[in-house]
Design a protein around this ligand. Structure first.
Ligand code: ZN
Length: 220
């Protein structure tokens, strides 16, 4: 039977990890720092049974290796600041120098080639609340999907591990289209329904996992 990827490190605090101090400020040429603590925290918080924040939609990721990088490099895409990214790594041997150089860099960071790399903006991570940080990390985890066959069933590889893929966003729509034509015509009704039920994750469960800052107080 296929076993989940074991938690590599032990003895880390259950508190939400923070980036190393040298990444607290932006510099012209940003730097990247691998964080085994974050990989460990992600497993404990969102993948392991028994965690208050466990999400069964990420079940396939129990069999994945997820490398995490902090960076103080600024990333802007299509006019928007990017706070996190998820990408898939190729484990097949590189056939070009560019590919070989990329693989060498990944191995130098992590010691192996993970299935996915999550890159997080270190400056933003220091400023956001626990809830905002968890939402950012889970956003990237949702991008780390399991491929489906033509009938919609999850795909597996020959070795029994899930066939991973990068999953796109569920919805991409303009607010103006929803305002003018409504949620049904714009195809965003499931998102409206999800928002109207209120969050499944409570402030208490976030505090139990993060423990670095108190949940924001609501105005009386
Ligand atoms: Zn995204």
């Amino acid at each position: 039977m296929l076993k989940p990827v074991p938690t590599k490190s032990r003895g880390f605090s259950f508190a939400r990890p923070t980036p190393p101090e040298e990444l607290y400020y932006r510099i012209d040429l940003g730097t990247f720092s691998p964080s085994p603590e974050m990989s460990d925290w992600i497993s404990r918080s969102f993948l392991n049974e028994g965690s208050p924040l466990v999400n069964t939609e990420h079940h396939h990721l129990r069999f994945a290796q997820i490398g995490v990088l902090w960076t103080n490099a600024e990333c802007v895409s299509r006019g928007r600041r990017v706070l996190g990214t998820a990408e898939m790594c190729s484990r097949s041997s590189a056939t070009t120098w560019v590919g070989a150089r990329h693989q060498r860099q990944i191995i130098d960071w992590f010691g192996y080639v993970p299935d996915f790399i999550m890159t997080l903006d270190a400056v933003c991570a220091l400023q956001c609340s626990d809830a905002q940080f968890c939402a950012l990390v889970e956003h990237e985890l949702y991008h780390m999907g399991q491929d489906r066959d033509g009938f919609g069933f999850p795909k597996f590889r020959k070795d029994g591990r899930p066939a991973f893929t990068i999953r796109p966003h569920d919805i991409e729509e303009f607010v103006g289209v929803v305002r003018r034509y409504g949620a049904g015509a714009a195809g965003v009704q499931p998102m409206i329904d999800a928002a109207s039920f209120g969050p499944e994750v409570t402030e208490g469960s976030i505090a139990a996992v993060c423990g670095t800052c108190a949940p924001p107080r609501r105005a009386a």
